[in-house]
Design a protein around this ligand. Structure first.
Ligand code: ADP
Length: 164
């Protein structure tokens, strides 16, 4: 069975990577898809987010990194995917993910959503928290892959230059 793991990945964290590695072991093929249709204002472009994920998963043969801006269920149909993988951290994720899973079930009854619990060490890890810590110069070394760390600090430097 093929699966899709959607998200904004702005940027990829070790929490995302943990879900990707575990899901890739459980499914025949995993599409990690950067979705660009959320209300979120992202720091990185879709191309940059794809590049960061691709660098981090290059050792996993059954993972494809892709992007989409339409409905997730349409993407799943196009790729012949049967499962949507979602990561769950705290209770705060649950309400939103529950709504999304029920809506996707209504749109495509044949598609199942599988929830994977976060690993304990990534329970409080989110892209937004990583960006906040990095913007104040804090250490994010164990929270994101090394290439993401470098790109994030470069991006923040670029942005602060833009503000002047
Ligand atoms: P966020 O901006 O909240 O970090 P994304 O939209 O990039 O989230 O997340 C994509 C998916 O990854 C969602 O299913 C989200 O719940 C999950 N996820 C994000 N961070 C973690 C984490 N630390 N552990 C497990 N799952 C996570």
């Amino acid at each position: 069975m093929k699966a899709v793991y959607p998200g904004s990945f702005d940027p990829l964290t070790n929490g995302h990577l943990d879900i990707i590695r575990r899901a890739a072991k459980s499914f025949e093929h995993l599409f990690v898809v950067v979705f660009d249709n959320s209300a979120k204002k992202c720091l990185f472009s879709v191309e940059e987010r794809i590049a960061m994920i691709s660098e981090a998963v290059s050792d996993i043969p059954n993972v494809t990194v892709d992007s989409s801006s339409g409905l997730l269920v349409e993407y799943a149909k196009k790729r012949g995917v049967g499962v949507i993988v979602k990561g769950l951290r705290a209770v705060s994720d649950f309400d939103y993910e529950f709504k999304m899973a029920l809506m996707n079930k209504k749109l495509a009854p044949e598609l199942e959503t599988f929830f994977m619990m976060t690993s304990l060490k990534y329970l409080y890890l989110s892209s937004s928290l990583v960006k906040e810590v990095a913007s104040y110069g804090g250490c994010i070394r164990d929270l994101v892959p090394p290439t993401v760390e470098a790109r994030l600090f470069n991006k923040l430097k670029e942005k602060s230059g833009d503000d002047i």
